[in-house]
Design a protein around this ligand. Structure first.
Ligand SMILES: [Zn+2]
Length: 260
């Protein structure tokens, strides 16, 4: 008995919070045994730009009916604010889908980056310091929640009909080089460009199926409608930002074929 009591005390030293916290109505809840079969509820990270500057973004994201877990400012050095606990739902994704899953607020962490977005016909760049900060933050999040690189996405990936953020100025390749986002096999893409240049592009339905296999929410309508063009534009902004007009071309198809 004495030995058992000592073991319990030792267990409580290790699991101090678990043992000390009483349950509701004074219930004693024993949290000393934790199941091996469990995982994080978070499987996606969504990146956004704020359009607003830091003070305004903080005001909007903390006091209105929109929020994010983190905000990275454009100060030197950037500051990181956590506005919502990771265990809770932030309201950042809106109507969206990725690999067929909707209600992404329930399964994602949202990171807002202070950037004005489209401006005077161009796009404001992100600073290296912002991206370095993001990479440090993301590496920790992705490791703790075991998030796959293909599930680190932009708002425009999951809501291509409504959103453009983080925009074509966002350096996705830097994130990919840090192992934190998906990128394509560039050698294979070169070969596929030649293939499409000599054989022509596939039917629109095939293009839609390829986009869907890459995670994008797109109807298999078989016609190059406005909705499909928006999905293509979102894809291009991320992987071929030099031209993101939503027009299918050999390079876009080649990249689509070369995703891991
Ligand atoms: Zn957004």
């Amino acid at each position: 008995m004495r030995g058992y009591a000592r073991a319990t005390v030792l267990a409580c030293v290790g699991l101090l919070a678990a043992c000390a916290a009483p349950g509701p109505g004074g219930l004693k809840i024993d949290r000393s045994i934790q199941a091996v079969s469990q995982s994080s509820r978070v499987s996606v990270v969504v990146l956004h730009y704020t359009v607003a500057d830091t003070p305004r973004a903080l005001e909007i994201l903390s006091k209105r009916n929109v929020s994010s877990h983190y905000l990275i400012t454009d100060e030197t050095p950037p500051r990181v604010f956590q506005l919502v606990d990771e265990s809770r739902r932030a309201w950042h994704a809106g109507e969206s889908a990725w690999y067929g899953r909707s209600d992404l607020n329930a399964a994602s962490i949202g990171i807002e980056i202070v950037n004005r977005g489209p401006e005077n016909g161009g796009w404001q760049p992100y600073s290296d310091a912002q991206i370095d900060t993001l990479i440090t933050l993301l590496r920790d999040i992705v490791t703790r929640h075991q998030i796959h690189a293909r599930n680190v996405v932009g708002h425009s990936d999951i809501a291509p009909q409504r959103k453009q953020d983080p925009g074509p100025a966002f350096p996705w390749k830097r994130l990919a080089e840090a192992g934190l986002a998906r990128w394509y096999d560039e050698t294979r893409a070169m070969q596929r460009i030649q293939h499409y240049q000599s054989s022509g592009l596939p039917p629109v339905r095939d293009i839609q199926e390829k986009l869907r296999r890459a995670g994008y929410p797109v109807e298999l309508s078989g016609t190059l409608d406005a909705a499909t063009r928006k999905v293509l534009a979102a894809f291009q902004m991320r992987y071929r930002p030099a031209r993101h007009d939503g027009e299918p071309d050999a390079e876009t198809l080649a990249i689509l074929d070369s995703l891991p």
